[in-house]
Design a protein around this ligand. Structure first.
Ligand code: C2O
Ligand code: CU
Ligand code: CU
Length: 500
């Protein structure tokens, strides 16, 4: 391990973290009149049982066909969540979560970012095959007060459930936990799922609120484990209620927009049918699932079918999942079952709608022309509190924006093995493309992946190795990293150069 570079980086963070903390502390204690942003109109609420709100949509400002144009403003916005206290979020367009972006395959997308925050930010189009210079990576920050245009065209075949979030080096975790993340759905003009199957969009985020209504900074424990909040929100609401008719099927697109919380999703009294992953639909539905593990940054599409008992109800919950954290306490996802959403049956039944058995073809990526082996590790380093901090590394290195770590040939199938030598799970993410998981090996046992699926995040459990196949079709530099955002900010990230 490179101890020297960690010490240097470690002291840089501590300066940033402490300066930021003092700044916020002063503002919270003595708000200057006129500087507190107006409360937002977003449905963020901590009162359980309210009807699940539809996500606000980002309106398309273009009248031209196959064109989507809009502006995202990165700005502070305040909201009363605890009586008599204002909570300040960092948002896109004043909304938590950010507005939902709905586009179609073939669309040209032009979105302007205006940065009204007091630090650098970017918009990263997580999972979308956009050119490297439009990807909002840490290499292209937008300064406070500045703006930039992101422009890309979405290829046919890219329909799926994506999201957007900031990606500035060392500040991604904070900007996301303060509220900046939104869903992006790419639709196909030939979606095989019947329109009679109602669609619900569920963005799951994590909020930690102090008793004074503020969102506190990350603690040293958060930097180690990844931050989990004390409220898990769905579309910005705390334990809302979603209506369903007896016999009705709904298509849920679910995004885990938390910094670090693993969602082991289960719906009481129901099974789930998996129809899609990060990069869109599977070849055919996978019915009868009791639970689905959704690590940070992953998305799924599921079909939920209600039984026939009028007035029944069910709870979508996250079951305990041990991801190798230390000292997380009561709200840690390792120890408790967390209710997320109540599903309430109405009185009048709906006639069932049959799902097609074939959704879309997925061609296996085939025989690799090159192989890569990456090692995820953690170890003790000198941290901001005078030692005892863990450091999180890929191939023994911490991220350096001036260094290329790996090289791939454009349009060449590669097989990557990502080996986790640490005692904590890490959700591994690669920019610019979707990959196909081939197998997972743990304790000498290899389990082949049975379902062909497009993903851009795969969980690599403690001491597990995951093998996937991947192809990059655009030249340029791409990030790969752990999507526990605190780990990413601490340098558990590398750079891939895709060359001709
Ligand atoms: Cu959500 Cu670098 O990614
Ligand atoms: Cu990404
Ligand atoms: Cu990690």
């Amino acid at each position: 391990m490179d101890r020297r570079s960690f010490i240097l980086l470690g002291s840089a963070w501590s300066v940033t973290a402490l300066a930021g903390h003092r700044h916020r502390g002063r503002r919270m204690l003595q708000p200057i009149p006129g500087t507190v942003p107006a409360p937002t109109s977003s449905p963020t609420t901590l009162t359980p049982g309210q009807a699940l709100a539809d996500l606000a949509r980002l309106p398309n400002g273009s009248a031209a066909s196959a064109t989507f144009e809009a502006t995202l403003v990165a700005e502070r916005a305040s909201k009363t969540l605890l009586t008599g206290r204002l909570t300040e979020f960092w948002t896109y367009n004043g909304l938590v979560p950010g507005p939902m972006i709905e586009v179609f395959e073939g669309d040209t997308v032009r979105i302007r970012l205006e940065n009204r925050l007091s630090q650098e930010t970017t918009v990263h189009w997580h999972g979308l095959p956009v050119p490297p210079n439009q990807d909002g990576s840490p290499m292209d920050p937008v300064a406070p007060g500045a703006s930039r245009l992101y422009e890309f065209t979405l290829p046919i075949g890219s329909a799926g459930t994506y999201w957007y979030h900031p990606h500035p080096h060392q500040h991604t975790a904070e900007q996301v936990f303060r509220g900046m993340a939104g869903l992006l759905v790419v639709r196909s003009r030939t979606d095989p799922v019947p329109v009679a199957i109602e669609e619900k969009l569920l963005v799951i985020s994590d909020l930690r609120l102090a008793s004074d209504g503020s969102i506190p900074a990350d603690t040293p424990m958060d930097w180690q484990n990844g931050r989990e909040g004390n409220y898990v929100l769905v579309n910005g609401q705390y334990r809302p209620t979603l209506g369903i008719n007896p016999g009705q099927s709904q298509r849920w697109r679910i995004l885990n927009a938390t910094n670090a919380r693993y969602l082991r999703l289960a719906l009481t009294g129901h099974t789930l049918t998996l129809i899609g992953t990060d990069g869109g639909l599977l070849q055919s539905p996978v019915p009868g699932l009791d639970e689905i593990l959704l690590p940070p940054a992953q998305r799924v599409e599921v079909i939920v079918t209600a039984g026939l008992t009028a007035g029944a109800s069910a709870v979508l919950q996250s079951l305990p999942y041990e991801r190798g954290t230390m000292g997380m306490g009561m709200m840690g996802s390792g120890s408790s079952t967390i209710p997320l959403l109540t599903v309430a049956y109405s009185r009048s039944a709906t006639l069932p709608v049959a799902m097609p058995t074939a959704l879309r073809p997925i061609a296996p990526l085939g025989v690799p022309a090159a192989y890569k082996h990456l090692v995820l590790s953690s170890g003790m380093g000198m941290g901001m509190m005078g030692g005892g901090m863990m450091q999180f590394l890929i191939d023994g290195k911490s991220f350096d924006p001036a260094r290329v770590d790996l090289t791939s040939r454009v349009n060449q199938v590669e097989q990557w093995t990502v080996e986790n030598r640490s005692s904590m799970d890490h959700p591994f993410h690669l920019h610019g493309t979707q990959f196909q998981v081939v197998s997972r090996t743990r304790g000498g046992m290899t389990i082949p992946e049975t379902t062909l699926a497009w993903r851009d995040v795969v969980n690599v459990a403690a001491f597990e190795s995951v093998v996937f196949r991947v192809l990059q079709s655009q030249l340029g530099k791409r990030m790969y990293h752990c999507h526990i955002l605190e780990h990413e900010d601490q340098g558990m990230m590398g750079m891939l150069d895709v060359v001709a």
